[in-house]
Design a protein around this ligand. Structure first.
Ligand code: OGA
Ligand code: NI
Length: 324
């Protein structure tokens, strides 16, 4: 097991010259599908406030957290431990993951037919706990910063794929992204066999942005040879990875990498971990079909699918209960 950082984690400085940045992104997305993104412009105070809000919430007694559960299975609010196994999104049998989640989505959408009717299942109301104070504001501010950063990354992705920079604009301007705060509690008693903090999976959408954290390692990615590597946190930098839709869009020129979160060693079983994860997901009706620049040499490998249908089918497998 070696650290990807030691083995040249592809590190991207967003402040660089666009054509050079795009080139570096293309290389990283072909090879591993994970990037460490620095010079991103998101204020540290916005990141810190979101982490503080998350920590404050997960520290509450379970009974209080349970009051923020969705009464109807919608992907909002608190998800108690035992409710999900990410490996099941790939059809693998797995005991539940050892995590709790808080889930939110867009909060400022217009009252039109798309947001209130056709794609309404993705814009269900958020559930905001009464405590800690400022929780909703901190997460909303962070979510907005992630919307902006993902838009910027998608423009760079277009450039990296030899497309016009605005190519993805009309496919993400009514995006159906979700954000989770993942909390991995300490593990006073050993996990069951095969039970992880988050089982091996790929993400579903276009790209995922994981907040900078100095928490003990745990996130691992699998290379094409099947070997798992630690992703060492890099202070101040986001970890960005591709999801399945980007692999499908690019006809597998880019990879949606398997990753997981492993348990701490027993000597560190008293440590918890928190992660802010923004899952960027194109418009409900965006048709994901082989990009013009990616089916020149090989025919399309995937049947076209809409972003909304793809996300719904993945969520249905992951959740034990009803999903959209
Ligand atoms: C996820 C995920 C990683 C982490 O929620 O899909 O991969 O560090 N999370 O929590
Ligand atoms: Ni993931």
């Amino acid at each position: 097991m070696s650290s990807l950082r030691e083995r040249s984690v592809p590190s991207i400085d967003l402040g660089g010259e666009a054509a050079q940045v795009a080139k570096a992104i293309d290389r990283a997305c072909r090879e591993i599908g994970f990037l460490v993104v620095g010079n991103h412009g998101v204020p540290q105070a916005t990141i810190d406030a979101a982490f503080d809000a998350g920590r404050g919430f997960f520290r509450l007694p379970l009974e209080e957290k349970l009051r923020s559960c969705a009464p109807d299975g919608r992907i909002r609010g608190y998800l108690a431990p035992g409710g999900q196994a990410l490996a099941r999104s790939r059809g693998d049998e797995s005991p539940p993951d050892l995590l709790e989640r808080f889930r939110m989505g867009r909060f400022d959408v217009p009252d039109d037919a798309y947001h209130r009717e056709r794609a309404a299942r993705w814009f269900v109301p958020n559930i905001w706990p009464g405590s800690p104070p400022g929780f909703a504001d901190a997460l909303k501010r962070y979510f907005s910063a992630m919307e902006a950063l993902s838009g910027r990354l998608m423009r760079l992705f277009a450039l990296a794929l030899e497309l016009p920079p605005g190519f993805f604009g009309g496919k993400i301007d009514r995006h159906i992204s979700n954000m989770y705060v993942n909390y991995y509690p300490a593990q006073p008693s050993p996990p069951r066999p095969g039970q992880l903090r988050a089982g091996a999976h790929t993400d579903y959408g276009s790209l995922t942005i994981l907040a900078p954290t100095d928490a003990p390692a745990g996130l691992q990615v699998q290379d094409t040879a099947g070997t798992w590597h630690d992703v060492a946190p890099l202070p101040g930098a986001f970890v960005v990875n591709l999801g399945d839709l980007m692999a499908q869009w690019t006809n597998d020129r880019w990879v949606s990498t398997m990753h997981r979160v492993v348990n701490p060693p027993r000597a560190a079983a008293g440590t918890d971990r928190i992660a802010l994860v923004f899952f960027h997901q194109p418009n409900d009706d965006a048709l994901i079909e082989c990009l013009p620049s990616c089916c020149v040499d090989s025919p399309p490998k995937y049947a076209p699918v809409t972003s909304g249908e793809h996300q719904a089918s993945k969520l249905r497998r992951t959740f034990e209960k009803n999903a959209p």
